[in-house]
Write a protein that binds this ligand. Structure first.
Ligand code: GAL
Length: 375
């Protein structure tokens, strides 16, 4: 068994030390405000995109937009402002008071554009819209131009469903689905075999999401669909602006959300939380030889106390950052410790992710730095 050799740095230079869960000031001394975020590495610079939250419960709605920071070293972050502001047009889909979550940005080498996707809920409609929003920019920090939102893959059947099941709901099935009250989580006899058929025409629900670009440049939008019960992996068009009309259902009926994906030695790893709103729950990881699956569950990669394992160190995943510049096999697990009563006070939890053979392992560190990977 390969040994894990993380050496936490307890008294390091605060400029060079990650302190998971502590307030993390940017270069102006202001707490970094980029939640549910992700990182784009472009030409040697890291760009951190995330939800800008304001104080109180109102901060759970999008009142400002998507914040972006840049850094050469992952510790010192310069505030680059609001990459995608909410719109001042009250009729816009992204007017203040909408829900704009988990923004992720990827670079398209063909079009030379930076493409942002996010989960969008329309103002005053709770979480019922379940749409994907897309915005595009010529430079990593923006400004991003909002292109619009949609439910995914309208009129397209999932590739990994039997031909015989690809049909509209019967009147009886429709009545059964309509009689249920969906609240984002599981309930007994959840009709998870019916929802992708219900949503065939109008498009599939798209909530918690990530983007993943494979080695050959193929990009995937991975989102919690079917009332959060099932993940969809949806290939994007070559310009990354739309679904290509090719998607698969993954872990049907398992209520996995907050997906994030990484690739190592030809294998894909999918990290997900369970589905308990802002409250943390156990992390799960799955592995596959093809991004289309089959995905094999590897259980909980968190090691530590019961409580740490049950709550993913009091956090929910948002992104895995491979440290390409540092050489192989170094990854950072990024997560959010949500504070829904005072959203702006949500904390960033970054931890080193290592491998024991082909099994990822995450352990708590009060503080650590990148030397942790070098021993
Ligand atoms: C979480 C989800 C967050 C947010 C929240 C709202 O499960 O991961 O992004 O949508 O629910 O309750």
């Amino acid at each position: 068994m390969a040994s894990l050799s993380l050496i936490p740095v307890l008294n390091g230079n605060p400029q060079g030390v990650f302190r998971p869960g502590e307030i993390w000031p940017d270069k102006n001394g202001v707490a970094i405000n980029a939640h549910g975020g992700g990182i784009l590495e472009h030409q040697g610079v890291y760009y951190w995109f995330g939800e800008h939250k304001i104080e109180g419960q109102l901060g759970n709605l999008a009142m400002v937009g998507v914040h972006v920071y840049s850094s050469p070293d992952l510790f010192n972050w310069s505030d680059q402002g609001i990459a995608l502001p909410v719109s001042c047009d009250p009729n816009s889909e992204i007017a203040p008071g909408c829900v704009l979550e988990r923004p992720k940005v990827i670079y398209n080498a063909l079009t030379k554009k930076f493409v942002m996707w996010f989960h969008l809920e329309l103002r005053s409609a709770g979480y019922t819209a379940a749409r994907a929003g897309v915005a595009v920019a010529d430079s990593p920090t923006g400004p991003y131009h909002y292109l619009g939102s949609f439910r995914a893959n309208a009129g397209v059947w999932p590739a990994n469903t039997p031909e015989g099941d690809r049909k509209a709901l019967t009147a009886e099935e429709t009545a059964l689905v309509n009689a249920r009250k969906f609240h984002g989580g599981p309930f007994p006899n959840f009709p998870h075999a019916l929802l992708w058929r219900r949503d065939f025409e109008g498009g599939q629900m798209a909530r918690d999401m990530t983007l993943f670009v494979d080695d050959d440049g193929t990009a995937w939008h991975v989102y919690a669909s079917e009332e959060n019960s099932t993940l969809h992996f949806s290939r994007l068009t070559d310009d990354y602006l739309r679904p290509a009309g090719d998607y698969v259902r993954v872990f049907p009926g398992e209520f996995r959300e907050a997906p994030t994906i990484m690739k190592r030695e030809g294998k894909y790893y999918l990290f997900t939380s369970g589905c308990t709103g802002w409250k943390p729950n156990p992390l799960k990881v799955a592995v596959a030889d093809s991004i289309r699956g089959p995905w094999i569950d590897l259980g909980n990669p968190c090691e530590g106390s019961d409580d740490e394992q049950k709550t993913t160190f009091s956090s929910q995943p948002t992104f895995i950052l491979p440290l390409k510049a540092k050489g192989a096999d170094h990854y950072i697990f990024m997560a959010d410790r949500w504070r829904p009563d005072n959203a702006i006070d949500g904390r960033h939890v970054w931890l080193p992710l290592q491998f024991r053979n082909t099994h990822p392992v995450i352990r708590w560190h009060e503080s650590w730095n990148l030397n942790a990977f070098e021993n």
